[in-house]
Each structure stands twice: as C-alpha cells, then as structure tokens.
Design a binder for this molecule. Structure first.
Ligand SMILES: *Cc1c(COP(=O)(O)O)cnc(C)c1O
Length: 381
C-alpha cells in the first residue's frame, strides 16, 4: 500500500463488536479474566491498552518497521533507548541537537556511566574518527535542531555497523512521511510524536520504531517495567493526527520554502537555514534522503545582542512565540533563551546559536499571511 493509504488505515480496522470506524478510546486500567491468566491479550493498561495497540501498529507501518512502541513523551522514548546501553558504553551524538536530548545525556546518563561525544555528524570523517572500542551507539538528528544540518543516514548506518554499533535516528523533524531511516539502514527510529505526528499541539507523546527482535523485547520490557506509557486519549489523538500527516507535510513544506526564499532576500536577515534552499550546504543530500524539505526554517537576524530582538515579537499577529513545533499553527522560537537555554552560552555560540537566531515551525496557514507577519516583525528590529 502507498503511504497516504497507510496513514489513514494502518492499525485502525473497524471495531469487530460495533463496527465503529475509529478505534474506541479504551478508558480502562484492567481487563476481566475468565480464569487466572486466561484473557483476551489484555491484563493491565500499563502493559497493553487496545487504543495504544492500534497506534503502535500504525507507527510501525509508517516507518516500515516490524515493531512500534508508544511512550509518554519523546524524552521517555529517548530514555528507554539509552537504557539499552550499559555503564562504560560510549555514544557518538549529533552536536546540533534537541536541548532535552542533550540534557538527558549530560545530566542523567553521564552520571549513570555512559560516555558521550557531541560531534558534527554531517561529516563522515569526523564521526569515523570518534569511534572508540566501547562505542555502542551513534545518535543523530537529521534535519537537526535548530540549524537544520543534514547527516547522511545510509553512510552512517554502514559506518556504525562496521564498528558493531547501532544507528539511532531522531526522525521528529522529518516525520516518517518525509524520511525513512530504517529503509536506509538505521537500527532504531525515535520520535517526539508531540510534534508532527500529533500535529495539532494538543498532546505530548513519544515513539520508537525498529526491526531488531532482541532490542524490541528489551524496549517492550522497559516500557512496562518503567511505566512511562501514554494514556488511551493521547493514543487516540496521535492516531487521528497521523491520518492527515501527508497532507500537512506537503503544506508545511510548501509554506516553509516560500518563507525561506522571502527571508533569504531580506536585508535584515544574514543567514537562512533550510534544506530546501539550493544554498543549503547539504541541499543535494536532503533531496536524496528526504521526500520534501519539511516545515522547519531557522534564520539569523542582523542584531548585536538580545536587546535588539526585544521588539520582534511585538509585531507578530499570526506566528506565536512558543517552544515546540510541528502543529498546524505557525510558531517562532528563540533558541538561545528558550529551547536551547540549557546549553552553556559558550557551547551555544560555538554551535551557531546566536542572539539573532530564530527557529520557525511553519504552519499550514496561508503563506501570504505568514510572510506579511514576518515582514512587520523584521521592520521593528
Ligand atoms: C520535542 C523533541 C523531543 C522531545 O520530545 P517530547 O515529546 O517533548 O518529550 C526530542 N527530539 C526532538 C527533535 C524534539 O523536537
């Protein structure tokens, strides 16, 4: 089946009892047993819930994976994947990274005994030179957050495998519709389903998709043993979101390209980061491994310090100043003081997260209104 058909149908067969076309929201914590241990596959909702099962089936099919697992948040999913490792293991990680992923690595798993190197994973030679005998995982974000760097998934998968390590791809920015890391050789895909999968800024959830049976069994064990599971209502909301994912991603990408082109020609903008612009250093790689360049655009306004930015937000009528991304509404985020504030300033500047850097999550509104909004805001800088 083609992707758009899967998005609508995967995991959601009409309910055998009532014919309900949409999976019911199973608000139940426990399930009646005929005799001890004799049941219909459901015992307790931390372990399994039918609404969550429907979602997990859908998630697996979207990433053409054998297995899909839903977690209470993207961070809970990230936590579970890192728990596949043992103290002493080493992980090579994209330097340009979601702030929360950086935080859990540095502040939760480093004290626990894992070792991390944050490097430019868009450069194969740099990654190659970072392997140690104890390297067990390569963790990449592509496109990355917030600078939209692209890392070569297939080449990194080969490299990881020759060193006996797994390649994990945080596919949140691209979504399974725009990029299929498992098909390119990656071992595990992680998502913040809070973003494009949910798509409407009304739910927090995470997901893991993979093919390896042993890792799946361990992750399924951790999901139940640790218990960071989503509730049935959240599972329902993400299932609903997924049905329109292809439609939304086309519109997000179309709007984002128009905005990136507008910004690139604006005299107050010094840099635009968007993989759909021919000026992006990895434009060709993005074209090769992504179906469309996506809805995230970052750019740098020509300012000297944070103070110069203080009037930018006041002019905005359509864009909302907020963290997060991937919803139908357009958001603007100031990484230095918001999403990436937990990264020390010197590290931030070295990465390119400057006072004038803004990250847009371009929504599905009319592009003319979005551009008019940015025009006014840029005038006030
Ligand atoms: C938001 C986000 C996460 C964390 O997900 P939550 O659902 O907020 O816990 C991880 N990675 C990326 C790229 C994200 O954007």
């Amino acid at each position: 089946m083609k992707w758009a058909t899967l998005a609508v149908h995967a995991g959601t067969e009409p309910d055998p009892m009532t014919g309900a076309v949409m999976v019911p929201v199973y608000f139940t914590s426990t399930y009646a047993q005929e005799a001890p241990g004799v049941h219909k596959g459901y015992e307790y909702s931390r372990t399994h819930n039918p609404t969550r099962t429907a979602l997990e089936t859908s998630l697996a099919q979207l990433e053409s994976a054998k297995y899909g697992l839903a977690f209470a948040s993207g961070m809970a999913a990230t936590d579970a994947v890192l728990r596949l490792l043992r103290p002493g293991d080493h992980v090579i990680v994209s330097r340009d990274l979601y702030g929360g992923t950086y935080r859990i690595m540095r502040q939760v798993f480093e004290p626990w005994g894992l070792k991390f190197d944050f490097v430019d994973t868009s450069d194969i030679a740099t990654v190659e030179g970072s392997f140690r005998p104890e390297t067990k995982m390569v963790w990449i974000e592509t496109p990355s957050n917030p600078l939209l760097h692209i890392s070569p998934i297939a080449a990194l998968a080969d490299l990881a495998h020759t060193h006996g390590a797994r390649l994990v791809v945080d596919n949140t920015f691209a979504t399974p519709y725009l990029q299929s890391p498992l098909e390119m050789g990656a071992d595990i895909v992680v998502h913040s389903a809070t973003k494009y999968l949910g798509g409407h800024s009304d739910v927090v959830m995470g997901a893991i998709m993979l093919n390896n049976e042993a890792d799946y069994q361990q992750l399924r064990f951790l999901q139940n043993a640790v218990g960071a599971v989503p509730g049935p209502m959240d599972a329902f909301l993400v299932l609903r979101g997924i049905k329109t994912l292809p439609l939304r991603m086309h519109k997000h990408s179309e709007n984002a390209l128009k905005i990136a082109e507008f910004l690139a020609a604006h005299p107050k903008v010094s840099k635009v980061y968007y993989p759909g612009l021919i000026t992006h250093p990895q434009y060709l790689l993005a074209k090769q491994q992504m179906r469309l360049p996506g809805g995230m655009v970052s750019f740098e306004v020509k300012v000297k310090n944070m103070d110069d930015m203080k009037n930018f937000w006041k002019g905005l009528r359509v864009f909302t100043l907020a963290e997060s991304l991937g919803g139908v509404e357009s958001l603007v985020n100031h990484p230095a003081t918001m999403t990436h504030a937990s990264i020390p300033e010197s590290d931030r500047l070295a990465l390119g997260i400057t006072p004038g850097l803004l990250r847009l999550s371009v929504g599905i509104e009319d592009a003319d209104d979005l551009i008019a909004d940015l025009k006014v805001a840029l005038q006030s800088v």
